[in-house]
Design a protein around this ligand. Structure first.
Ligand code: PLP
Length: 397
C-alpha cells in the first residue's frame, strides 16, 4: 500500500522543525483548538469512577443511542441504536464499510468523486475493488454532475463514497445538487452509498448564503443501502481521541459489528460518556470553532488570490483550500529545483521557504496540478505562510 500522503508531509514537517526551521504547516487536517473542557471532564470522571473494562464491541448503549438520536434529529436519518457502531475514528468506519460491501475477486467497482481524501482509494483497493474516479472540474467548484455519475455506473458498481463537505476541496455541495445525484443513485439498486459526513458541521453560509448539509441516508429511496459515517475528530477538535461512528441498515450493521469484534473490539470504555456529552451538550463550543474557521476560510482565499499564477476555488466548508498551481510547472525555483509536478512544487516550497502543503497527486488523477492547504491554523500563520508562498512563486523562472 502507499503511505498516507498527508501523514508523509507531517513527518517531513517534524524533521524540518527538528533541524530548527520555522515551518508554517498547512499540512495536517487537524483543528488547532483544544477539545472543549466539558467533553474532557466527562472522560476524566468516567475514568475516575472506574470505567476501565472492556465495553460491548459496538459501544455502550448510551453512546449508541446518542448517535442514533443525533442522526434522526439533525440529519433526518431515521436510526435505531442497533444500527450504530462506535469506531476507532471515521477512518476505521470507512475501512469496515468498504470491507462489508466489496467481494474480492468479483470485479467490483466503487465510484469516487474526486478530488477526494487520500485514504479512500487505497482502502477501496485493499478491500478488493477497482476505484473508479469521477473528476469534479475546478470550473464547477470541484463538484461532479448527474450526467458524469450516470456515465460512470456499470453493472459492476457496488458502491460510491460520498464526501460532502469535501476534503481536500473545501466545498460542500448545495443540498439540491445532492438530491439530484441521489435521484440517479436511486435508479441503481445494487449501489451502496458510504456517506462520509465528518465535516458536516463546518459549513460557512457566511461565504455561500444558505449553504446547508444534506445527508443521502435521509432519503427513503436510499436509506436501506446507505452507510452514514461521521466522527468527533474535526467538529469537536478530538483528532487524537480516535472516535468515529457509522450507522448502517440493520443487516449490514450486524456484519460490520462482527468484523469490528474481530478487529478492535470497542474503543476505550471511558470515552463513551464523553461522546454523549459531545453529541448532546457541546453545540456552543462547536459553533465558536465553526465561526473561526469561516473567518480563516475568507482570509486564506483572499491571501491565495494575491499569489500570481494560481487558480483557486473559494472554500465554503471544512478547512481546506485546494489551488491549482500547474501554471508554474516547467519553471525553476530560486535555489535551482525544477518544478514539474505538485510533488516537486511542495518539496521545493518546504525545502526553500519552510511552508508545508500536501501535493495533489494522491487526491485523484484530476488533482495532479493542485496543492492542499489546511487553514486549521492561526490567522497569523495563514498570513505569514501564504506571504512566503507569494514571494517564492514570484521568483520562479
Ligand atoms: N474522512 C475524511 C474526509 C477526512 O478528512 C478524515 C481525516 O482527515 C477522516 C475521514 C478520518 O477521520 P478520523 O480522525 O475520524 O479517523
Amino acid at each position: 500500500m502507499s503511505e498516507s500522503a498527508t501523514l508523509a508531509v507531517g513527518a517531513k514537517v517534524a524533521a524540518a522543525r527538528a533541524k530548527g526551521h520555522d515551518v508554517v504547516a498547512f499540512a495536517m487536517g487537524e483543528p488547532d483548538f483544544d477539545t472543549p473542557a466539558n467533553i474532557k471532564a466527562a472522560a476524566i470522571a468516567a475514568l475516575e469512577r472506574g470505567m476501565t473494562k472492556y465495553a460491548p464491541t459496538a459501544g455502550e448503549k448510551s453512546a449508541r443511542e446518542a448517535v442514533a438520536e443525533k442522526l434522526s434529529r439533525e440529519n433526518g436519518i431515521v436510526t435505531k441504536a442497533e444500527q450504530v457502531t462506535i469506531t476507532v475514528g471515521a477512518k476505521h468506519a470507512i475501512y469496515m464499510a468498504l470491507q462489508a460491501i466489496i467481494e474480492p475477486g468479483r470485479g467490483d467497482e466503487v465510484l469516487l468523486p474526486t478530488p477526494a481524501w487520500v485514504s479512500y482509494k487505497p482502502l477501496i483497493e485493499l478491500a478488493g475493488a477497482k476505484c473508479v474516479e469521477i473528476p469534479g472540474a475546478v470550473e464547477h467548484g470541484f463538484r461532479i454532475t448527474r450526467e458524469q455519475l450516470a456515465e460512470s455506473v456499470t453493472d459492476r458498481t457496488v458502491g460510491i463514497i460520498w464526501n460532502s463537505p469535501s476534503n481536500p476541496c473545501g466545498v460542500a455541495y448545495p443540498a439540491e445538487e445532492v438530491r439530484e445525484l441521489c435521484e440517479e443513485l436511486a435508479l441503481h439498486e445494487r449501489i451502496a452509498i458510504i456517506s462520509d459526513e465528518i465535516y458536516e458541521k463546518l459549513i460557512y453560509p457566511e461565504i455561500v448564503p444558505e449553504l446547508t448539509h444534506f445527508s443521502p441516508g435521509s432519503l427513503a429511496a436510499l436509506a436501506h443501502r446507505t452507510i452514514t459515517v461521521n466522527g468527533l475528530s474535526k467538529s469537536y477538535a478530538m483528532t487524537g481521541w480516535r472516535v468515529g461512528y457509522l450507522a448502517a441498515p440493520i443487516a449490514m450493521a450486524k456484519e460490520i459489528i462482527k468484523l469490528q469484534g474481530q478487529m478492535t473490539n470497542s474503543i476505550p470504555s471511558f470515552f463513551y460518556p464523553a461522546i454523549v456529552e459531545a453529541l448532546t451538550n457541546s453545540a456552543e463550543g462547536v459553533e465558536q470553532m465553526r465561526a473561526r474557521f469561516a473567518e480563516r476560510a475568507k482570509l486564506m482565499h483572499i491571501a491565495l488570490e494575491s499569489v500570481p499564477g494560481i487558480r483557486s476555488v473559494a472554500p465554503n466548508a471544512a478547512f481546506y483550500a485546494f489551488p491549482d498551481v500547474s501554471r508554474h510547472f516547467g519553471k525553476t525555483s530560486p535555489l535551482g529545483a525544477r518544478i514539474t509536478s505538485a510533488q516537486s512544487f511542495a518539496d521545493a516550497l518546504l525545502e526553500e521557504v519552510h511552508v508545508a502543503v500536501v501535493p495533489g497527486e494522491d487526491f485523484g488523477a484530476c488533482a495532479r496540478g493542485n496543492i492542499r492547504l489546511s487553514f486549521a491554523c492561526s490567522e497569523a500563520a495563514i498570513t505569514k505562510g501564504v506571504g512566503r508562498i507569494r514571494d517564492w512563486v514570484t521568483q520562479l523562472r
